[in-house]
Write a protein that binds this ligand. Sequence first.
Ligand SMILES: C[S@@+](CC[C@H](N)C(=O)[O-])C[C@H]1O[C@@H](n2cnc3c(N)ncnc32)[C@H](O)[C@@H]1O
Length: 267
Amino acid sequence: MDAAGTRAYYATVAPYYDTELAARDDLPCWLALVEAWKPRHTVDCGCGTGRVAVPLAMQCAEWGGEVVGLDLSPAMLRLARQHWRERRPDAPATALHLQMQDMRHMALGHAVDLALLVDDPLTHLARWDDLAETFRGVGEHLRPGGRLVVEASLLPPEAVGKPYPVVIRTQSSASLPDGVIRVEQERRVEAIRRRADVTYRYYRPVGERSESEAVTAARFIAHYLDVASLKALFRLAGCRLEERWGGFHFEALTDESSMVLCTGRKL
Ligand SMILES: C[S@@+](CC[C@H](N)C(=O)[O-])C[C@H]1O[C@@H](n2cnc3c(N)ncnc32)[C@H](O)[C@@H]1O
């Protein structure tokens, strides 16, 4: 997906994003990692609404650390700025810097001790060259001994090895200030091409017989990496891949894992 397509997709889903991810329960994992490493400078690449960057900045401020959150979507960054304004009275103003940047050409002007990619921003990069450029840029910013943590979605286990597209449908609900909406996700996974055509549809209940009307829909192409490709990308960043977990409670990675959390260190 090109930058314009990514911006258009997130302009549509931004109002629903935080409530949809509220049950994700990944925040303790990110906070535990920064608590263990106490980075002075952190970059959150593809920080979105600041869902993770804002609490991380609050925590890092305790030891004088600063976080840069960068994203290319104005709609997501607008929400991040709003969330930071709400929390900022409790932390130094410099604890979080939100910047509109494309992570493929990251330019921070200083080195970092920790680079994070949370909730798979890489899924939007279709070309190996874009992935390579992103990881080279991350590597150029990481100090020796600095850490890189990447969360990437894996091919859904039910699609692995299938020579035909597998359609996976899920439903959830999201609470917004003006009521609850129903969210339908349809993922048409082509395992051979390591990609999925993903559509989100949002419905608002109307009337008393729980009929619903469509509010909006958004679509993108998701690209799946595997651990071998991630290992090669970590190498491009000058990092050795150290750990790979299958979940936010540091579970072992198995054939049933739908995501991988990789950590590495800059040599
Ligand atoms: C799935 S969201 C994750 C947001 C956030 N990390 C979180 O966990 O809530 C992916 C984010 O990556 C951003 N993104 C995608 N491609 C990007 C790029 N090339 N440069 C910077 N941000 C990008 C999108 O705009 C979006 O906000």
